[in-house]
Design a protein around this ligand. Structure first.
Ligand SMILES: [Zn+2]
Length: 385
């Protein structure tokens, strides 16, 4: 099959986008560049109010492309505009086909690679007048800040009910399953007292916390469940029995029941530890107590191998003689949120590697192949109808 992707143009756009700073909540410059790009391709562009809602300087960018095969199912193509820290003043370094940063920042191929692929595919569709359904393009903000751009997206602004997120580092894989996650904040309350004068009138929140955490199952719980306590803060001074510790943690699971069970287990460990610390003096009873704030971070994603979008990806892979395997990821991405909003969306790899580190790199050959895949997916989606 003829490769219509203009690799040089794709590479140049990727490098240009990488050089535009776009930390979460500061995506405005890259959004304006992409707005221009989309308008040049004759899309109708809108920017939603997600920026105001999350305290950022721009919202999600939504571009509607009128297709020439309106009988075909509209398709969503999505990638996120923001990057993680350290991600300002990124200097991309090209070494053959390998693109990396200068080692002081991330590369930002996560997810500028997905963004660049979508732009290139649309350019190719337009300049070759390829068959194409209506396309909705969504470039989200704040994916790295907890998927909050996608969470603010109104699905009624989209015509598509199925499509792809291009935001994965596993080359040759299509993410169709991802865990649900709970975010937890526990406030462990003790009782303040002078540590030298009257420690018997104090309940150490540090001790309660230590006992509770020591009993927690953490790390990898089973093949589909993980848990972590990631932040611990508390105490005022070495001579004060501490009355407050704040613990922050998370749990993730591909099973909703196991997620609930693990979350309750973590809470229960702290409650049981607290129950062991009761004091009585001056005719009063004092006890340690646990305040828990548990939020669903995102729901799980579970797209069937038989789903039309997965079948479409597989058909395109076959036409290009490449193998794509569906798989589960341990992380969450915008696709979790979009599936939760009633769309059927899988996450395709773009060639990015070692993401969220200053060693992040990308093999341009993978990027080009991924672009070819997306182009073939768009084409097949149109001609199959
Ligand atoms: Zn990403």
């Amino acid at each position: 099959m003829q490769n219509l992707i203009n690799e040089t143009r794709l590479k140049n756009l990727l490098i240009e986008l990488i050089k535009i700073d776009s930390l979460s909540r500061k995506e405005r410059d890259v959004a304006m560049r992409l707005k221009r790009e989309m308008e040049e391709l004759e899309a109708t562009v809108e920017i939603d109010d997600a920026g105001e809602k999350v305290g950022g300087n721009v919202g999600n960018l939504i571009a509607h492309f009128p297709g020439n095969k309106t009988s075909a199912r509209p398709l969503l193509l999505s990638a996120h505009m923001d990057t993680v820290v350290p991600g300002e003043g990124i200097v991309p370094v090209l070494d053959g086909d390998i693109l990396r940063s200068d080692g002081t920042t991330v590369l930002g191929g996560d997810d500028k690679s997905g963004v660049a692929i979508i732009c290139e595919v649309l350019r190719v569709v337009k300049e070759n007048k390829l068959p194409c359904s209506d396309l909705d393009v969504v470039f989200t903000i704040c994916e790295e800040a907890g998927l909050i751009g996608a969470k603010c997206l109104d699905p009624n602004r989209l015509r598509a009910r199925t499509g792809l997120v291009l935001d994965s580092d596993s080359v040759g894989f299509l993410f169709t399953k991802a865990p649900a996650a709970n975010r937890m904040e526990f406030r462990i309350h003790g009782l303040e007292a002078h540590a030298g004068v009257c420690p018997e009138k104090g309940i150490s929140a540090v001790k309660v916390t230590a006992e509770g955490v020591a009993h927690m199952r953490l790390g990898r719980i089973d093949h589909e469940t993980t848990a972590n306590i990631g932040v611990i803060e508390g105490g005022m001074a070495v001579n004060i029995v501490p009355n407050l510790v704040v613990l922050k943690g998370e749990a993730r699971s591909h099973s909703s029941e196991k997620l609930e069970e693990q979350t309750q287990h973590m809470l229960r460990c702290l409650q049981e530890a607290a129950a062991g610390h009761v004091l009585e003096f001056d005719g009063q009873r004092f006890f340690a107590r646990i305040e828990a704030k548990i939020d669903r971070d995102y729901d799980r994603m579970d797209v069937s191998d038989q789903a039309p979008i997965v079948q479409l990806v597989q058909a395109a892979a076959k036409n290009l003689n490449v193998e794509i395997k569906t798989t589960a990821t341990g992380g969450g991405c915008d696709a979790n949120v979009l599936n939760q909003k009633g769309l059927e969306v899988a996450n395709l790899s773009t060639g990015m590697r070692d993401i969220h580190t200053v060693k992040e790199w990308l093999d341009l050959k993978d990027l080009y192949l991924s672009a070819q895949m997306v182009l073939e997916i768009v084409r097949l989606n149109a001609v199959n109808h």
